[in-house]
Design a protein around this ligand. Structure first.
Ligand code: FAD
Ligand code: UDP
Length: 381
């Protein structure tokens, strides 16, 4: 293959790589090559149809598109419309179902009280006073207890977090908890975002459209490291794989959590009444059960339903999903970022490249910024 005819080489066809490729082809009208080691485009946001039920599911875990970033929302609308799906999550604790994120209904049901919103602060203050901290919260556990008190933390957060991260929550950074709103009213939305929904024709179609420009060539089943030596170093390279792998793990391996899924088909139209049911207790081995038919209320699905149990474990290097931003990994990634900043013509980014817990809209925003700030000037010449 003649790599020299491409104006840029992109490693990875998830949102990061696909946005960069699409921008270079559509805006700069230059040929670009996308290299993807999997047998499909779309990275972890990929979706497919279950052959038994005809229900669309998200191969790497349920993905809800949500954003308050108008630029990202306008950009993604070039490739899809969204349905009116509104993300709500429930959690099962000791055989009872509660609202998650924790809201007034969760608090009232858990304590068997009937508080009004204006009474919640005083009520929780008494719970929080049982654990006095002398300084601002330094980790995930302290942050959670300082927000909701120990009993709610122990019931809904601790067990789930231990299953998800297999770490003591004292070793986890507090920012993970910022993803989870805590509400003193009955608002059931999982997100703070202004807009949300599921792509009407599925995520797969977004990537097909993004990469459909004839100036884009996509090579599936191709590992960048198998062909790296053949690629001229004069061509700008955008790499959205794991940053430690790019540097051949020279400072050591970054840790990731991975997931595995167990799918089941049931002879009912509706198994659990909602798209995601979390399981709070550490004695239940899975973190959540997905029921993807609920993601598309506008579609007519048949009489059977699909459920998918999600299990979390440490990645062995095969399927990195979640960066683990504890102290050890954060200082390791710093070293790799310093190495990356010394590279000429090579940009390492995306969820795995930045080793950051990016949602899709954040990934798209980061890709648009790289394109505008660096690549336009570099690739246009
Ligand atoms: P990825 O999607 O991981 O794509 C990277 C691509 O690079 C992959 O296709 C990989 O195969 C390829 N690659 C890596 N190394 C090589 C190599 N050496 N050669 C060739 N190809 C290579 N976001 C939301 O907004 N809402 C959600 O509800 C949501 N839920 C999530 C649930 C789970 C379980 C996970 C893990 C993530 C979730 N996300 C969600 C985040 C979302 O998946 C990411 O923001 C997005 O996938 C990041 O895109 P990316 O392109 O950076 O990385
Ligand atoms: N979390 C929890 N209980 C829940 C849901 C989430 O303790 O029922 C915590 C957990 O630590 C998790 C974090 O909040 O890692 C962020 O949750 P989110 O649903 O955003 O995780 P994701 O969808 O990215 O897996």
């Amino acid at each position: 293959m003649d790599y020299s005819k491409y104006s840029a080489i992109i490693v990875g066809s998830g949102f990061f790589g696909s946005v960069i490729a699409e921008r270079i082809a559509s805006e700069l009208k230059k040929p670009v090559l996308v290299i993807e080691k999997r047998n499909h485009i779309g990275g972890n946001s990929y979706s497919e149809i279950d052959p038994m039920t005809g229900i669309e599911f998200h191969t790497y875990g349920t993905h809800i598109f949500h954003t308050s970033n108008e630029k990202v929302w306008n950009y993604i609308h070039k490739f899809t419309e969204f349905n009116s799906y509104f993300h709500q999550v429930l959690t099962t604790y000791k055989g009872k179902v509660f609202q998650m994120p924790i809201n007034l209904e969760t608090i009232n049901q858990f304590y068997n009280v009937n508080l009004k919103p204006y009474e919640v602060d005083d009520f929780l203050a008494k719970e929080k006073a049982k654990d006095k901290f002398d300084q601002p919260p330094r980790n995930f556990e302290e942050k959670a207890i300082s927000l909701i008190g120990r009993p709610l933390y122990e019931a809904f957060i601790r067990g789930y977090t231990m299953k998800q991260w297999n770490k003591d929550p004292k070793e986890l950074p507090e920012f993970i908890l910022n993803r989870l709103p805590i509400r003193k009213n009955y608002n059931e939305s999982y997100y703070f975002s202004k807009w949300q929904g599921i792509p009407k024709d599925g995520y797969g179609k977004i990537f097909e459209k993004m990469l459909s420009n004839p100036l884009i060539t996509t090579l599936l089943n191709t590992n960048f490291f198998d062909i790296q030596e053949k690629i001229p170093s004069s061509i700008p390279l955008v790499y959205s794989g794991p940053i430690d792998q790019y540097f051949n793990y020279k400072f050591g391996r970054l840790e990731y959590r991975t997931l595995h899924f167990e799918a089941e088909v049931h002879p009912y139209e509706d198994y659990q009444g909602t798209s995601v049911m979390n399981y709070a207790e550490s004695s239940v081995p899975y973190t959540r059960i997905h029921e993807p038919r609920h993601l598309h209320p506008e579609r007519e699905y048949g009489k059977k339903t699909l459920t998918i149990k999600e299990f979390s474990s440490l990645d062995d290097g095969t399927n990195p999903y979640y960066p683990i931003n504890d102290e050890k990994n954060s200082s390791l990634v710093k070293k790799y970022r310093e190495e990356a900043s010394k590279l000429n013509n090579v940009f390492i980014s995306g969820r795995l490249g930045d080793y950051k817990y990016f949602d899709m809209h954040e990934t798209i925003a980061a890709a648009l910024a790289l394109f505008e700030d660096k690549l336009i000037a570099l690739v246009s010449v």
